[in-house]
Design a binder for this molecule. Sequence first.
Ligand code: NIG
Ligand code: FE
Length: 408
Amino acid sequence: MTAPFDRVWLNASLATMDGGGTDDPLGVIEDGAIAAKDGRIAWLGRCADLPEGAQAAAQVTDCHGAWILPGLIDCHTHLVFAGDRAAEFELRLKGASYEEIARAGGGILATVRATRAAAEDALLRAAEPRLRGLMAEGVTTVEIKSGYGLDLAAELRQLRVARRLAAELPVEVATSLLAAHAVPPEYAGRRAEYAALVAREIVPAAAASGLADAVDAFTDSAIGFTPEETALVFEAARAQGLPVKLHADQRRDDGGAALAARCGALSADHLEYASPDGIAALAHAGTVGVLLPGAFHVLREERRPDIAAMREAGLRMALATDMNPGSSPALSLLLMLNLGCTLFRLTVAEALLGVTRHAAAALGMADRGRLAPGLRCDLALYRIGRPAELCYWLGGNPCVGRRVVAGR
Ligand code: NIG
Ligand code: FE
């Protein structure tokens, strides 16, 4: 008879993220066990209920009371880039705004210059420690955007680095083409022409390369793209069968949330200025709202996303680092849990669902983000007394183990 399981974890508390309503939003199982077969969760429940013979021929791990969560998911990062923008951080401390710096040719374009000048291997070496830092915290899936190339070759180079990271490290990577992130210097003053180029050439070429899992854009009428230009890029993505995501309503209400909803986007991200109507439209469309408290904090924004409207609308909220060298040099997803709670007033359950179940939804991944039979057995183990500790500590890392299944 073949063994029922090949891995078993015993004596753990499970936060399944598959909870039963307001009483138990995290779906906690105390004195729990989880068993896997061929990379999938085959069984979970209380240790006392483990099926007969479960441990035969399985590799058994005694968790000694640790907590097990589904492997964390950072669903919004720009972690492949060259250089840093610490000097801009200093300028902002002296009073310069993000927009002033961008208009003076700094900001995103400063990172574009550095990234275009970097060889692929150099980009890989720069990105690897950032990704390893996330992995050490229990992250098993990461989304990585391009957006610092802004021409076909350089955009594809960033995406290729993202794929190479996934091939070389035990982590899953979802890529997003963000060619519509800023207007490159060679198109200065010709924003619409560049948006048309993205739609006509860059999106189809990225799709043909197989390097992009989704298409993202930055709707911001001052330093990004108008809703009309964004819609053109999204049309191109749809024609290629690629899902879309959007940097929406970060610095003003540009109608980004409504646009993302209309286009059936997987997620709309930032949303500080999204209106209650835009938020309701997102919820109705099944689009996930991705909250990025690192950018809010670093840019010293004062306007919070309207969490009350999000709750009211039943919008699924995810939480991510937005790791990038400008608005959010955030190297820790656990720190974002704290900032999500303290700055945005999320509950512990909302924050934790935001880096698991709802983050998976923001990537269109139905096979992870919860602990349930049949799903991938990607796990993160923490030495904590209760889940709230993951949101409570500012710094430090209680992760004592992680496991990621290879391949999709
Ligand atoms: O998500 N908002 C636009 N894009 C990034 C910032 C990129 C940068 O400043 O380099 C963001 O905040
Ligand atoms: Fe971003």
